[in-house]
Design a protein around this ligand. Sequence first.
Ligand code: B12
Length: 210
Amino acid sequence: MLVEHGQNRQAVAFTEKLLNDSYTVSDIVQALSKGLEVLRNKCTVENFQLLDVLLASRAMVEVVDECLARQLQQTMDNIVPENESLGMNPKGKTLVIGSIQGDVHDLGKHIVATLCRFNDMKVVNLGKDVPVDTFVDAAIREKADFIGVSSLMTVCLPPIREIKPSLVKRGYGQIKVVGGGAAVQQSSIESLKIDYKAYDAFDGLDYFTL
Ligand code: B12
């Protein structure tokens, strides 16, 4: 409700309370996604209530940045002494992540990037509206293990199909391409030519840290 209504400060305070009451980060992320789900009818081509949606988006980002990041950091601090590797993912895998060309939705991707950073992965966040070549160039440059590509817009799916073939053509077919976001959910791994379709941020994290 608080996120839906764009009440950012109250949303942060309430999340802190929930975390203190032993709700998990996963509970909070699911609730956040549900919170934005109700904005669906304020974000159509015919009816676009930009201010409402943007205020809700801001509240969500603040909850992720101010609460979840702090909570994850505290958990890590309790596990490992200061200045030591977090050791959760000793292989130190690298993820290059972005929202595909034409798509400016980036809240889900932001959650994935935050979760992965706090699980000892190196995350290179390319932002939103990212062309295929930018994904591929960055993944090769960073010696990435994974490309994470997000799409909530059905019309933006076609460029996703070009990522894996482009990697293969350049001799980097070992880099796994993982898709996420509502539009990706509605498509298949085969038609998108990706290695894995993540149901949500935690499913993606499990795949990255296997
Ligand atoms: C917020 C929002 C916006 C904001 C985005 C702000 C931002 N910085 O992201 C703004 C206002 C900019 C916006 C604009 C538009 N939007 Co909009 N928007 C939404 C809304 C309400 C919520 C999306 C969201 O953030 N959900 C919460 C996050 C946490 O969920 P998530 O992205 O699914 O992510 C989770 C998982 O999917 C996963 N995940 C996501 N990505 C990835 C990637 C990887 C690698 C992994 C592992 C996992 C993963 O992890 C997350 C946590 O579990 C949705 C409706 C809805 N409820 O989906 C419409 C929606 C996506 N928008 C829609 C539309 C139509 C538009 C506009 C065209 C509206 C317009 N008239 O201009 C524009 C298009 C802009 C563009 N070119 O991209 C449609 C898309 C329809 C379609 N199927 O194509 C939707 C579905 C609404 C609807 N009417 O049905 N929008």
